[in-house]
Design a binder for this molecule. Structure first.
Ligand SMILES: [Zn+2]
Length: 198
Protein backbone atom coordinates (compact mmCIF):
# COMPACT_ATOMS: atom_id res chain seq x y z
CA UNK A 1 0.00 0.00 0.00
CA UNK A 2 1.22 3.47 -0.81
CA UNK A 3 0.16 6.57 1.09
CA UNK A 4 0.76 10.07 -0.20
CA UNK A 5 0.01 13.19 1.78
CA UNK A 6 -0.01 16.64 0.19
CA UNK A 7 -1.16 19.34 2.62
CA UNK A 8 -4.56 18.08 3.85
CA UNK A 9 -4.99 15.59 0.98
CA UNK A 10 -4.45 11.89 1.65
CA UNK A 11 -4.26 9.39 -1.17
CA UNK A 12 -3.82 5.66 -0.67
CA UNK A 13 -3.56 3.00 -3.30
CA UNK A 14 -3.35 -0.73 -2.74
CA UNK A 15 -0.96 -3.30 -4.13
CA UNK A 16 -1.44 -7.04 -4.68
CA UNK A 17 -2.92 -8.94 -1.76
CA UNK A 18 -4.44 -5.84 -0.17
CA UNK A 19 -8.08 -4.85 -0.09
CA UNK A 20 -10.43 -2.39 1.51
CA UNK A 21 -9.93 -4.00 4.93
CA UNK A 22 -6.22 -3.20 4.72
CA UNK A 23 -7.07 0.47 4.22
CA UNK A 24 -9.81 0.53 6.87
CA UNK A 25 -7.54 -0.97 9.51
CA UNK A 26 -4.61 1.28 8.87
CA UNK A 27 -6.43 4.61 8.52
CA UNK A 28 -9.65 4.05 10.40
CA UNK A 29 -11.78 5.20 7.47
CA UNK A 30 -14.68 3.63 5.59
CA UNK A 31 -14.33 4.53 1.93
CA UNK A 32 -17.30 4.74 -0.42
CA UNK A 33 -16.95 3.39 -3.95
CA UNK A 34 -19.38 4.20 -6.77
CA UNK A 35 -20.97 1.59 -9.03
CA UNK A 36 -18.58 1.89 -11.97
CA UNK A 37 -19.56 1.17 -15.58
CA UNK A 38 -17.09 3.06 -17.78
CA UNK A 39 -19.44 6.06 -17.94
CA UNK A 40 -18.53 9.74 -17.92
CA UNK A 41 -20.76 10.46 -14.91
CA UNK A 42 -19.37 12.14 -11.82
CA UNK A 43 -21.66 12.09 -8.76
CA UNK A 44 -21.62 14.29 -5.70
CA UNK A 45 -21.26 12.08 -2.65
CA UNK A 46 -23.72 14.13 -0.60
CA UNK A 47 -26.43 13.33 -3.20
CA UNK A 48 -25.23 9.83 -4.03
CA UNK A 49 -27.76 7.03 -4.01
CA UNK A 50 -26.09 4.03 -5.62
CA UNK A 51 -26.24 5.64 -9.05
CA UNK A 52 -23.96 4.39 -11.77
CA UNK A 53 -21.01 6.71 -12.09
CA UNK A 54 -17.27 6.54 -12.47
CA UNK A 55 -16.35 9.49 -10.34
CA UNK A 56 -17.28 10.81 -6.92
CA UNK A 57 -16.72 14.20 -5.39
CA UNK A 58 -17.14 15.24 -1.78
CA UNK A 59 -17.09 18.53 0.06
CA UNK A 60 -16.76 16.88 3.47
CA UNK A 61 -13.60 16.48 5.47
CA UNK A 62 -12.47 13.03 6.62
CA UNK A 63 -14.87 11.41 4.18
CA UNK A 64 -13.04 8.84 2.09
CA UNK A 65 -14.04 8.06 -1.49
CA UNK A 66 -12.44 5.64 -3.88
CA UNK A 67 -12.37 3.89 -7.23
CA UNK A 68 -11.50 0.34 -8.25
CA UNK A 69 -9.24 -0.24 -11.23
CA UNK A 70 -7.07 -2.81 -12.96
CA UNK A 71 -5.27 -0.95 -15.79
CA UNK A 72 -7.70 1.99 -16.01
CA UNK A 73 -6.65 5.40 -14.69
CA UNK A 74 -7.34 6.20 -11.02
CA UNK A 75 -7.30 9.98 -10.76
CA UNK A 76 -7.65 12.24 -7.71
CA UNK A 77 -8.37 15.98 -8.02
CA UNK A 78 -8.46 18.53 -5.25
CA UNK A 79 -8.45 22.23 -4.44
CA UNK A 80 -7.97 21.25 -0.76
CA UNK A 81 -11.65 22.13 -0.07
CA UNK A 82 -13.21 19.27 -1.98
CA UNK A 83 -11.84 16.11 -3.47
CA UNK A 84 -12.79 13.99 -6.47
CA UNK A 85 -11.81 10.45 -7.45
CA UNK A 86 -12.26 9.25 -11.02
CA UNK A 87 -12.03 5.92 -12.79
CA UNK A 88 -11.08 6.50 -16.43
CA UNK A 89 -10.42 3.80 -18.97
CA UNK A 90 -10.28 4.73 -22.62
CA UNK A 91 -14.07 4.88 -22.80
CA UNK A 92 -14.37 7.27 -19.89
CA UNK A 93 -11.47 9.33 -21.13
CA UNK A 94 -12.74 9.84 -24.68
CA UNK A 95 -16.28 10.48 -23.46
CA UNK A 96 -15.07 13.28 -21.21
CA UNK A 97 -15.18 12.08 -17.61
CA UNK A 98 -12.08 14.08 -16.67
CA UNK A 99 -13.63 17.27 -18.05
CA UNK A 100 -16.86 16.53 -16.18
CA UNK A 101 -14.90 16.31 -12.92
CA UNK A 102 -12.84 19.42 -13.67
CA UNK A 103 -16.09 21.39 -14.16
CA UNK A 104 -16.81 20.96 -10.46
CA UNK A 105 -13.75 23.02 -9.57
CA UNK A 106 -12.87 26.67 -10.13
CA UNK A 107 -9.22 25.89 -9.65
CA UNK A 108 -7.66 22.46 -9.25
CA UNK A 109 -4.51 22.59 -7.15
CA UNK A 110 -3.45 18.94 -7.31
CA UNK A 111 -4.03 16.01 -9.61
CA UNK A 112 -2.68 12.71 -8.33
CA UNK A 113 -2.59 9.83 -10.78
CA UNK A 114 -2.16 6.38 -9.24
CA UNK A 115 -0.70 3.57 -11.40
CA UNK A 116 -2.47 2.51 -14.58
CA UNK A 117 -1.47 0.84 -17.82
CA UNK A 118 1.13 2.78 -19.76
CA UNK A 119 1.64 2.73 -23.51
CA UNK A 120 4.34 0.03 -23.14
CA UNK A 121 1.52 -2.45 -22.52
CA UNK A 122 -1.49 -0.86 -24.17
CA UNK A 123 -1.44 -2.46 -27.58
CA UNK A 124 -4.59 -1.92 -29.64
CA UNK A 125 -5.98 -3.02 -32.98
CA UNK A 126 -6.28 -0.65 -35.92
CA UNK A 127 -10.07 -0.50 -35.59
CA UNK A 128 -9.71 0.90 -32.04
CA UNK A 129 -9.05 4.24 -33.71
CA UNK A 130 -12.41 4.06 -35.50
CA UNK A 131 -14.14 4.17 -32.12
CA UNK A 132 -12.53 7.27 -30.67
CA UNK A 133 -13.09 10.97 -31.43
CA UNK A 134 -10.75 12.73 -33.85
CA UNK A 135 -8.88 14.70 -31.16
CA UNK A 136 -7.69 11.46 -29.52
CA UNK A 137 -6.12 10.00 -32.65
CA UNK A 138 -2.88 11.89 -31.95
CA UNK A 139 -2.21 9.46 -29.07
CA UNK A 140 -1.69 6.59 -31.47
CA UNK A 141 1.82 5.19 -31.27
CA UNK A 142 3.53 2.68 -33.49
CA UNK A 143 6.64 0.58 -33.35
CA UNK A 144 7.50 -2.00 -35.98
CA UNK A 145 4.16 -3.68 -36.60
CA UNK A 146 2.51 -2.95 -33.28
CA UNK A 147 0.04 -0.23 -32.45
CA UNK A 148 -0.39 1.43 -29.07
CA UNK A 149 -2.61 4.02 -27.48
CA UNK A 150 -1.22 6.39 -24.87
CA UNK A 151 -3.78 6.91 -22.13
CA UNK A 152 -1.10 8.83 -20.26
CA UNK A 153 -0.45 11.46 -22.93
CA UNK A 154 -4.17 11.92 -23.49
CA UNK A 155 -4.79 12.36 -19.76
CA UNK A 156 -1.94 14.82 -19.22
CA UNK A 157 -3.07 16.97 -22.15
CA UNK A 158 -6.57 17.15 -20.65
CA UNK A 159 -5.31 17.99 -17.16
CA UNK A 160 -2.49 20.41 -17.90
CA UNK A 161 -4.47 23.58 -18.72
CA UNK A 162 -6.60 23.21 -15.56
CA UNK A 163 -4.34 21.85 -12.85
CA UNK A 164 -1.54 23.56 -10.91
CA UNK A 165 0.47 20.45 -10.17
CA UNK A 166 0.25 16.89 -11.47
CA UNK A 167 1.73 14.03 -9.44
CA UNK A 168 2.03 10.62 -11.02
CA UNK A 169 3.96 7.42 -10.66
CA UNK A 170 5.97 5.77 -13.40
CA UNK A 171 4.51 2.38 -12.46
CA UNK A 172 2.62 0.53 -15.19
CA UNK A 173 0.02 -1.86 -13.80
CA UNK A 174 0.84 -4.57 -16.34
CA UNK A 175 4.67 -4.47 -16.13
CA UNK A 176 4.86 -3.89 -12.38
CA UNK A 177 4.12 -7.36 -11.03
CA UNK A 178 2.87 -6.03 -7.70
CA UNK A 179 -0.29 -4.37 -9.01
CA UNK A 180 -3.50 -5.86 -10.39
CA UNK A 181 -3.75 -5.74 -14.16
CA UNK A 182 -6.71 -6.87 -16.23
CA UNK A 183 -4.47 -7.35 -19.24
CA UNK A 184 -2.17 -9.46 -17.10
CA UNK A 185 -4.98 -11.84 -16.20
CA UNK A 186 -6.49 -10.25 -13.08
CA UNK A 187 -10.13 -10.41 -14.14
CA UNK A 188 -11.71 -9.98 -10.70
CA UNK A 189 -9.11 -8.41 -8.40
CA UNK A 190 -8.93 -4.64 -8.32
CA UNK A 191 -6.50 -2.05 -7.12
CA UNK A 192 -8.17 0.50 -4.83
CA UNK A 193 -7.37 4.19 -4.87
CA UNK A 194 -8.88 6.12 -1.96
CA UNK A 195 -8.68 9.83 -1.14
CA UNK A 196 -9.83 12.08 1.67
CA UNK A 197 -9.22 15.55 3.01
CA UNK A 198 -8.36 16.22 6.64
ZN1 LIG B 1 3.88 -1.65 -19.13
Amino acid sequence: MRHVKIENLNVVYTEKGEDVETIKKRFNINPIFPIQKHTNNVCILEEYNNDICDGLITFQKNKAIGVKTADCIPLVLTDFKKVAVIHAGWRGLVSGIVGNALKQFANVKIAFVAPFIKECCYGVQEDFFNHIPEEFKQYRMEDDYKLYFSLEKALIDILKPHVQEIFQTSRCTKCDGNLYSYRNGDKIERMLTVAWLE
